[in-house]
Design a protein around this ligand. Structure first.
Ligand SMILES: [Zn+2]
Length: 217
């Protein structure tokens, strides 16, 4: 099973990915994680990516695609979920080419659809623990004591990443660059739209229903 999970930042991709890989025994390939691993390992690709990031530029599609393709090759039984990739139509087309050369294709694209207003609410309300990385929310997931991490008693912080300006910018980029990827895949009839305005558990049920049907087919 080869799956791409698409959706705006804050749509809950990370949470759903974890649940999908646990239930179906797939490999979770997050472009963010893989990029970090390559940089830490000091690989050739990692070094190239680092030089772009140091100058504040986006890592070019070609480097991202190369990195993801080599990670895909290592997936057992070529079963995986892609998270945070492909992020542009160009990346999606390059990925298809690379898969096709191995006689593979993407079976399934799950598209988490969510309203911008809700994304802003979810993300700007986040509070994180600088010590253990736990994430809370001022309304939906409160710590036992306001502003304090349950695990270690450390004072929670509002990360700059979760400020309204940054969130609005990421949404803008998403609509411009990544939403066209949904249309790209729609030409191949493999896209399933899911209402991600709902609770994470409801979204999971919808996803499992779709995937169960695919596994049985
Ligand atoms: Zn903590």
């Amino acid at each position: 099973m080869r799956i791409v999970l698409l959706g705006a930042p804050g749509a809950g991709k990370g949470t759903q990915c974890k649940r999908i890989v646990t239930k179906y025994g797939l490999l979770h390939l997050s472009s963010g994680d893989i990029l970090r691993q390559e940089r830490t390992a000091g690989s050739e690709l990692g070094k190239k990516a680092q030089s772009y990031m140091d100058s504040g530029a986006l890592v070019p599609d070609q480097i991202i695609v190369e990195m993801m393709s080599s990670a895909i090759c290592k997936a057992p039984k070529s079963s995986f979920v892609l998270d945070g990739f492909p992020r542009t139509v160009n990346q999606a087309a390059e990925l298809d080419k690379s898969l096709m050369s191995d006689g593979q294709k993407i079976d399934f694209v799950l598209n988490l659809k969510i309203e911008d207003k809700l994304v802003a609410q979810r993300m700007t309300g986040r509070r994180s623990c600088p010590q253990c990385g736990s994430v809370y929310h001022i309304e939906n997931l409160k710590p036992k004591v306001e502003g304090i991490c349950d695990n270690d008693g450390i004072k929670l912080v509002h990360r700059p990443d979760d400020s309204l300006d940054v969130v609005e910018n990421r949404l803008k980029t998403y609509h411009k660059q990544t939403e066209p990827v949904v249309d790209y895949y729609k030409n191949n009839n493999v896209v399933y739209d899911l209402d991600a305005n709902k609770d994470a558990d409801d979204v999971s049920s919808l996803i499992f229903e779709k995937l169960d049907a695919l596994v049985k087919a």
